[in-house]
Ligand binder design. Structure first.
Ligand code: PEP
Ligand code: MN
Length: 337
């Protein structure tokens, strides 16, 4: 942490801040500058409460030098996080996760699972509990949907990704899921994060609709500080003034997250664009940008989908995109799973 003194700060005020830093048990390092003096705070083992220094006379601002997140930070471990999930792996390659927005029936989810496994895709995503903007919209099949997912896994061996919407349902979701999804709207539901951390299952943590990087990484920190080391960040678009897509896909976040954290990063171009016509190009861009995988909404018959039909690829569109992904992955020397 760095305390920046204002240009008019007196020597006594600088000394006062240095003394306060000592009282707090840290070591001050005074750095005189041309127009103002800064005082580095060193010797701390954990985060320091900025407000202890901000109100002292002569202080202009108190700047954090390192992020408040510790376990998710890149420096926290050598190399990047990667872990096995079902019969595949997340991290160190490009992992496809696909499926309908919601589980709609045992028959259609099994058909989708078969379609994916035949093409070497090993993770099926489908919601049983859906966070819908309108209370009048289809809310998901609940435990019946989970049973359909379990059956699809039993028959095909595909891994299951599905959302836990509230603390009460985590135990049920945990039984079926290989990866538990935390939806955008739940990113800052801290009791839910804490409960999901206890499952020790890999967690797909979607970015909140208007979350800053720090808020997002602090949500990941909740999971990790409670002992769950298998966290996947999922960029799914943020709210902005652009209205030509449903949200604005923040692809630049991929290299930023790679710089700041060791966690794998998955991109969801389906919810970000909200339009199947734009999904393939953004999917390929995510691969080129260095993401660790994709979450793609896929439906046998998008016009019949009970939710998010506009953004779902149909099976033919998926096959076409998959072929292009193979070419791009080969060109980049990335393992496509
Ligand atoms: C979803 O994954 O189907 C979903 C509702 O996504 P998000 O939480 O990103 O809106
Ligand atoms: Mn959806």
């Amino acid at each position: 942490m760095l305390v920046v003194m204002n240009a008019q700060a007196t020597a006594a005020q600088i000394e006062g801040v240095a003394q306060r830093i000592c009282e707090l048990g840290f070591v001050p390092q005074v750095i005189p500058g041309q127009t103002c003096t800064a005082i580095g705070v060193t010797g701390n083992k954990g985060p320091i409460d900025r407000s202890r220094l901000l109100r002292l006379p002569g202080v202009e601002q108190v700047v954090r030098v390192t992020g408040p997140y510790k376990r998710v930070a890149r420096a926290a471990r050598p190399g990047r996080s990667s872990f096995p999930v079902a019969s595949t792996h997340i991290g160190g390659g490009f992992t496809l996760i696909a499926g309908p927005c919601a589980v709609e029936s045992a028959r259609t989810i099994l058909e989708t699972a078969r379609f994916l496994t035949e093409r070497g895709v090993r993770l099926l995503r489908g919601g049983a509990y859906k966070p819908r903007t309108s209370p009048y919209s289809f809310q998901g099949l609940g435990s019946e949907g989970l049973a359909c997912l379990a059956k699809a896994r039993e028959e095909t061996g595909i891994g299951i990704v599905t959302e836990a919407l509230d603390v009460e349902n985590v135990a049920r979701v945990e039984e079926v899921a290989d990866i538990i999804q935390v939806g955008s709207r739940s990113m800052q539901n801290y009791p839910l994060l804490r409960r999901i951390a206890q499952t020790r299952k890999p967690v797909l943590l979607k970015r909140g609709i208007a979350a800053t990087v720090e808020e997002w990484l602090m949500a990941a920190e909740y999971l990790m500080s409670d002992g769950n080391q298998q966290v996947i960040l999922c960029e799914r678009g943020v709210r902005s003034f652009g209205d030509y897509t449903r949200y604005v896909l923040d692809l630049a976040i991929v290299p930023v997250l790679k710089h700041l954290t060791h966690l794998p990063v998955v991109v969801d171009p389906s919810h970000a664009t909200g339009d199947a016509r734009y999904v393939p190009s953004m999917a390929l861009a995510a691969l080129a940008a260095g993401a660790d995988g994709l979450l793609i909404e896929l439906h046998r018959n998008p016009s019949q989908a009970l939710s998010d039909g506009a953004q779902a690829l149909d099976f033919d569109e998926f096959v076409e995109l998959h072929a292009k992904m193979k070419s791009v992955a080969a060109a980049l020397d990335v393992e496509l799973r």
